[in-house]
Design a protein around this ligand. Structure first.
Ligand SMILES: [Mn+2]
Length: 258
């Protein structure tokens, strides 16, 4: 890296999200910040890519007047297109968030926020995702401070290839926070309910509702860290191989019929 780092900021909540602006403002002291985000809310789209229709990119301005781009695709489309040359020049770090709502434990398998960081890692670029444990946050002071610390640490130390950091910030004032905890992924229990209704023509449709997911506060996990007023930082790897199962699976001695 020569000169000021170039940091790409994105999210899954969309270009108009307050959390996106907060993340951009958090990282501005660290380098040149470029912003590209989905035009609309893409929460829980996971690592989807748009393949069967064209993508439109529009020049926008954020609420502070700074330039940005929106894309009518997913968070991974946004990041992927940048690394395919949409924007000129190298990117030293990708930051995704600040998501409205935590991405703890099993959530990361759904998360567009985390998937945007995964897309960066697939392109060989260090990345982190950051989420606020509040679906309608109005206080970003703690999340901004945490984002700046994590970004500076990654820029200074680098990350291993194939790895990213997932950061979750409790919904408390900065003064009440007890610092960072390096934590592993925890467990979620989802409380989804299938809502069946009828449209004006009497045809049934379905919508998943229900209460927000519960988390299991097992010590050492991200769920527990956030529940105890700490900022959870979790290293994530894209290699999903279940190492502990690998040897036992070899013992199955799977063979094709002859
Ligand atoms: Mn979201």
């Amino acid at each position: 890296m020569t000169g000021r780092p170039r940091i790409l900021v994105t999210n899954d909540d969309g270009i108009e999200s307050r959390g996106l602006l907060a993340l951009k403002q958090a990282l501005e002291p660290l380098g040149e910040v470029l912003v590209i985000a989905p035009e609309t809310n893409q929460s829980a789209v996971g690592h989807s890519r748009t393949m069967w229709r064209p993508l439109r990119v529009r020049e926008r301005s954020l609420a502070d007047g700074s330039p940005a781009w929106s894309i009518d695709g997913s968070p991974s489309d946004a990041v992927g297109l940048v690394f395919l040359g949409l924007l000129p020049g190298p990117i030293d770090l990708v930051a995704s968030g600040i998501n409205h709502g935590a991405n703890l434990g099993d959530d990361i398998t759904y998360s567009g926020t985390v998937s945007a960081a995964m897309e960066a890692v697939l392109n060989g670029c260090p990345a982190f995702a950051i989420s606020h444990d509040d679906f309608a946050p109005d206080d970003f002071e703690l999340a901004i401070a945490a984002a700046r610390v994590v970004a500076a640490a990654i820029l200074a130390r680098g990350l291993e290839p194939g790895q990213l950091l997932n950061v979750n910030v409790p919904a408390i004032p900065k003064a009440a926070c007890e610092g960072f905890e390096v934590a592993r992924l925890g467990k979620r229990t989802y409380q989804d309910e299938l809502i069946r209704r009828e449209d004006p023509r009497g045809v049934p449709y379905y919508w998943v509702g229900g209460s927000p997911p519960r988390g299991h506060a097992i010590p050492g996990t991200d769920v527990d860290a956030v529940a105890h007023n700490r900022v959870a930082v979790t290293p994530i790897q894209l290699d999903l191989t279940a190492d502990r199962f690998l040897e036992r699976l070899r013992g199955w001695e799977l063979t094709l019929d002859r």
